[in-house]
Design a protein around this ligand. Sequence first.
Ligand SMILES: Nc1ncnc2c1ncn2[C@@H]1O[C@H](COP(=O)(O)OP(=O)(O)OP(=O)(O)O)[C@@H](O)[C@H]1O
Length: 235
Amino acid sequence: MPTPLVVSEVSKSFTMHLRDGICLPVVEDVSFAVAAGECVVLGGPSGIGKSSILKMLYGNYAVDQGQILMTHDEVTIDIASADPRSVLSMRRDFVGYVSQFLRTVPRVSAIDVVAEPLLARGVEGAEARERASVLLEKLNLPERLWTLPPATFSGGEQQRVNIARGFITDHPLLLLDEPTASLDALNRAVVVELILEKKERGTALLGIFHDQDVREKVADRVLDVSHFAAGKDAA
Ligand SMILES: Nc1ncnc2c1ncn2[C@@H]1O[C@H](COP(=O)(O)OP(=O)(O)OP(=O)(O)O)[C@@H](O)[C@H]1O
């Protein structure tokens, strides 16, 4: 089976256009791969560039240099140079992303927020909602909240809706940006279980987990992003 994600010599800097075009180099020569069924965790201190790497992989941040090769159904796409249409089709078919916070949509109920990625893939409404309810139950979201829009939910409740939405599809590659940050121990354990299930099904996972316990349970490997810090050789 081809390696689903291969990152080669990727560099990223930010140009602050409102600050006289100041350039902030963040990472350089980022190179690694993630195999099917493997969970790689990005480590290193705050501000080193972990989230920026995930955002480049999801096509949210532009890449200055290098390649991000994603292979799906024997087709390989370089996300670093792909046109927006190809990035969107890779998001639909290949790469999922669970961000730290839920982006709430006004007036859409929690169960529909979770079911929506399945509906977008042509799954019939009743089945999509059934699968959403299984996940919400597993994540201990009280049933009385399922029909309410998540805008007024607590941080941990919103995050569980977010996790259910991210885990409901079977993307071959899943990016996780601190999915357990606002969860209690019980729900952190559920997320660990969901991650292990994905690994067993052959999903390639790349994540950021500040919680040491979660990290130890899910990580096959920790990749220290400090090795890719821009300008480290000059320091
Ligand atoms: N959109 C942006 N514009 C300008 N600078 C940015 C932007 N996004 C990130 N940065 C900068 O890039 C650097 C890396 O940020 P990033 O969020 O990737 O770090 P991190 O390792 O994920 O940090 P943390 O563990 O604190 O979340 C930081 O100095 C940050 O200020």
